[in-house]
Design a protein around this ligand. Sequence first.
Ligand SMILES: [Zn+2]
Length: 74
Amino acid sequence: MAYRYRCGECGFSTRWTTESEAEDRSTAHYADRHPQLVPGGSVEINRKNLETVGCLPMIGIALLLLLITASCQR
Ligand SMILES: [Zn+2]
């Protein structure tokens, strides 16, 4: 899954990355831009992209099995 932190104080958001890196970037942003505030904001989780990638080999295997089944029946 990809994570992205969005700043609660301004329009800043990190790029899509790992959870720990997004958290590091968010903390660094607060230290740089809002040093007087406790780090906050919201986290966005993107699971769509990785699910699509994860499905592709399954579709490939399914098609291959269909092809083998079809050629065996002849
Ligand atoms: Zn900010």
